[in-house]
Write a protein that binds this ligand. Structure first.
Ligand SMILES: CC(C)(COP(=O)(O)OP(=O)(O)OC[C@H]1O[C@@H](n2cnc3c(N)ncnc32)[C@H](O)[C@@H]1OP(=O)(O)O)[C@@H](O)C(=O)NCCC(=O)NCCS
Length: 202
């Protein structure tokens, strides 16, 4: 009998094309050609060349949800979701941007305390099946047990009901919403980001 399972594993370089596809489908579903191709290439590069630090204490990991269908020896696998965790936060959960990290990295003890969660994405045909919850549970376990992080932090579009439902259901608390002018100054789409945090251990 054919079996279907979902496993959460660390992404390998050969997975990056598929992961980029998951990201683009989730975050830029309506991007027209050739922008969609450029965005995929951009995602691939970001996955292949993650945060470069002068201080090597920053950690980053991409986890993927892999669906396996079939029985041995005919097993078909595909990536259906992803999440990134990294220690790139200051004490209050503020994300430290790449340029600022390079110029004046916050002390390692602060960065190691908070795991920053990003790129939470699930292919549309696999949504509402608990995939994101599984990805988040594994990301939190890695941060808590392997990295000894005390807290997880993330930013989310304040209008994204699905994501807010996911995070609040997992115990994240909404802490603050950025002022409306920030997206304009940072040349981002007009989306106000909400900071959410969760205690992982005492
Ligand atoms: C947000 C997203 C990752 C959720 O993935 P998912 O695999 O469908 O989530 P799960 O099935 O694990 O759902 C867990 C909980 O999240 C909440 N949730 C998920 N989708 C929801 C929706 N469309 N509406 C309301 N609540 C939703 C529910 O509380 C759900 O629990 P329930 O199914 O028991 O009610 C997915 O919708 C997605 O990829 N969206 C596009 C990318 C994105 O917005 N990412 C978040 C960036 S901050």
């Amino acid at each position: 009998m054919s079996q279907r399972t979902i496993a959460i594993v660390e992404a390998k370089p050969q997975n990056f094309f598929e992961v980029a596809d998951v990201h683009c489908q989730a975050f830029h579903p309506k991007a027209p050609w050739p922008l969609n191709k450029l965005l995929r290439a951009d995602r691939m590069l970001a996955l292949a060349f993650p945060i470069t630090e002068s201080d090597k204490s920053t950690r980053q990991m991409n986890l993927v949800a892999v669906e396996s269908v079939g029985t041995f020896p005919l097993i078909f696998e595909r990536i259906v979701g992803s999440v990134t965790i990294a220690t790139v936060c200051e004490e209050k959960g503020t994300y430290v941007e790449k340029r600022r990290r390079r110029e004046s990295p916050p002390p390692a003890n602060q960065r190691l305390g908070i795991a920053y969660v990003s790129n939470v994405a699930v292919k549309s045909e696999f949504r509402r099946q608990g995939v994101a919850r599984q990805l988040m549970a594994e990301a939190e376990r890695k941060a808590r047990e392997d990295w000894r992080c005390k807290t997880a932090a993330l930013h989310c579009d304040g209008q994204n009901e699905a994501a807010l439902g996911l995070y609040t259901g997992l115990g994240y608390t909404r802490l603050s919403c950025e002022p409306a002018w920030i997206p304009y100054v940072r040349l981002r789409p007009a989306v106000r980001l909400t900071l959410l945090m969760k205690r992982l251990r005492d």
